[in-house]
Ligand binder design. Sequence first.
Ligand SMILES: Nc1ncnc2c1ncn2[C@@H]1O[C@H](COP(=O)(O)OP(=O)(O)OP(=O)(O)O)[C@@H](O)[C@H]1O
Length: 342
Amino acid sequence: MNVQSALNTESLLKVEGLSTKIKTPEGVLTVLEDVNLTIEKGEIMAIVGESGSGKSMMINSILQLLPKTLLEAYSGNIEVEGENLFAIGEKKMQEIRGKKISLVAQNAMTSLDPSYRVGKQIVEIMLEKTGLTKEQAKEKALNLLEQMGIDDPKRIFQSYPHQLSGGLRQRVVIAMSLACDPDLIIADEPTSALDPTVQLQVLDLFQTINQQFGTAILMITHDFGVVARIAEKVAVMYAGQIVEKGETADVIFNPTHPYTQSLIKCIPNLDWVFDKGAGKKPLWQIKGEPPNLMNLSQGCRFFNRCHVAKDICQSTNPLLKTVKPYRNEHSVRCVLIGGGNE
Ligand SMILES: Nc1ncnc2c1ncn2[C@@H]1O[C@H](COP(=O)(O)OP(=O)(O)OP(=O)(O)O)[C@@H](O)[C@H]1O
């Protein structure tokens, strides 16, 4: 294989054995442990997990955004197109942020400055990070706003953030994230602050972007409905670890970790409405709370909440291993699956 074709086969983002430790007043906390995931060019992947599972720590580790005052240490590897992010230094990292990987935050107001017109803010990013002239940047910003399904891009371009609805603001932020033609957008719960109908429109917009521009998307969510709607692959996080990952259809139709099974059972089902109430069942609940990361026992982190736990789960720290029959890289972190840790 020649050098060029070797480069072409590189994954867009490869996270290998990533552990992230932070400093807290109570001591050092391992907020991510042994995280492995790969995103190929043009792929949509979701990371799903409840509050505190480590989703934000994952984003901040990938984008190297943890402040020095908080970060104790990283271990493992994060590569973007074969380039080791832990070895490139902050100047190169700044180029990667925006140009290769951009972020869409949960709340659009985190990304928008209330005192500037939104068009100016998109143009500024292009002037800072690309070689475009002001005129070219303005034309591209208007095009992007139009491609985001905004009917009157010129008016929106001239608007201040507070003059726009939540859904329009999020579309502006998504346009902004595309300003430098990134290969990957990390979308951090981008729809959770929006009304349900607008949520669906924004999710569909991500899918359109993926299809039209070939941009890979890493969707962070706590909602399996979002995963099912747009992601090709999913990683389920619990207490700082990936406990299950694979192709979305495999994970949803054959959830193997008891936590994933519970998350899927928690999705509200409206079938009973059509049964005139006959099939109405109480919602499934995951009892208890996630463990305190400061006082982890040696066994499975989900042990105290698991509906199928056995004694072995309390004493054995499960490794992530493939679900048999092995297909589509479906793997799970549970000693009860496939007999032990081998
Ligand atoms: N500044 C901090 N100081 C101490 N602990 C922290 C800090 N930030 C996060 N943590 C802890 O790190 C773990 C992972 O947090 P993280 O914010 O990544 O979770 P999350 O999945 O993004 O949650 P959410 O969906 O609520 O944003 C949690 O146990 C959290 O309490």
